[in-house]
Design a protein around this ligand. Structure first.
Ligand code: ATP
Length: 285
């Protein structure tokens, strides 16, 4: 189960010409008669962190699930590797916004890695032989000390790093991160962003991150995509945060920065801003 959640394989594109890039072309998701989003076109380059921002219900998480192929969608995904050749089956790593599991379960971090790293039944695997590999994975996210910890005993930030370590083995071409809205404290969030920024540089990885923390986005993102049932606008953090449509969606007061405004909006109340966002999107279309 964890394997399906954290790693997916997708087919590559047919017109590879330039640098490593993931092209999301004309993506749309409809559930019944409801359009969750449509006409989504985004290019994600390797070595870049693309932040997805927008109000609650904008369709951000659904977009990640569509990229993973977990949700039926229109449009297509194209992958181009750094040499302009097909990558065959690019690996996508995914860290979900939350994970439902029994917090009283004795399952440890090591157990979960063993279940994910091998196709053989866990009871036939040698923990001893896998341990160095698991430690290496956990070291990448500064969590080696958590290897024998029970999953249910981890803090929100620690669990997020363990899930990230799982999503990085095998190393993906594209990493999708759905930031938890709660349960991770400020220190945990900062550490997580530091690790992600490191990965982007050292591994030259393409990363899409859904974020509710506009300060962190301003600090770390290379590209920001503002979503509200479609792409409202995209650009550098400076461009997106200075734009009237962003200000409208996040209900910013005159002179207030996007980050300050977002900090003022209690979780779960941004839906109200969504109506305004529709207008903003309508004006853009
Ligand atoms: N399976 C489903 N059936 C019906 N509606 C759904 C389903 N999945 C998502 N939706 C709706 O699609 C919209 C987008 O949801 P999504 O979780 O993608 O938004 P989001 O931008 O990630 O929101 P948040 O910031 O609150 O996490 C919401 O209105 C949600 O209720």
């Amino acid at each position: 189960m964890f394997k399906t959640i954290l790693h997916h394989h997708a087919s590559s594109c047919s017109d590879c010409t330039k640098l490593c890039c993931t092209k999301i072309e004309d993506f749309s998701v409809k559930i019944g008669r409801l359009t969750i989003f449509d006409h989504v076109n985004i290019h994600i380059h390797c070595g870049q962190l693309t932040a997805l921002i927008g109000p609650n219900g904008a369709g951000k998480s659904t977009l990640l699930k569509a990229i993973l192929g977990e949700v039926p969608h229109g449009g297509s995904l194209h992958y181009v590797d750094a040499k302009g050749k097909h990558t065959g089956h690019p690996v996508i790593g995914y860290v979900p916004q939350y994970l439902r599991f029994d917090v009283s379960s004795p399952t440890s971090v090591m157990d979960i890695f063993m279940a994910c790293l091998t196709r053989r039944p866990v009871w036939l695997c040698s923990a001893k032989s896998l341990r160095p590999r698991v430690l290496r994975s956990l070291e990448r996210v500064r969590a080696a000390h958590l290897i024998d910890r029970r999953l249910g005993a981890l803090s929100g930030g620690e669990l997020q790093r363990v899930l990230l370590a799982l999503a990085l083995d095998p190393m993906p071409d594209l990493l999708l991160l759905d930031e938890p809205v709660s349960g991770v404290d400020q220190n945990g969030l900062e550490l997580f962003y530091e690790i992600v920024a490191d990965l982007r540089e050292k591994e030259d990885m393409a990363i899409i991150l859904i974020s509710h923390d506009l300060n962190m986005v301003a600090k770390h993102a290379d590209q920001v995509v503002l979503m509200n049932k479609g792409v409202v606008m995209s650009g550098t953090p400076e461009e997106v945060f200075a734009d009237q449509r962003t200000k409208k969606i996040f209900g910013m007061l005159a002179g207030e920065s996007a980050q300050e405004a977002a900090a003022d909006i209690p979780a779960g109340t941004q839906d109200t801003a969504g109506d305004t966002a529709d207008e903003a999107r309508g004006a853009d279309a």
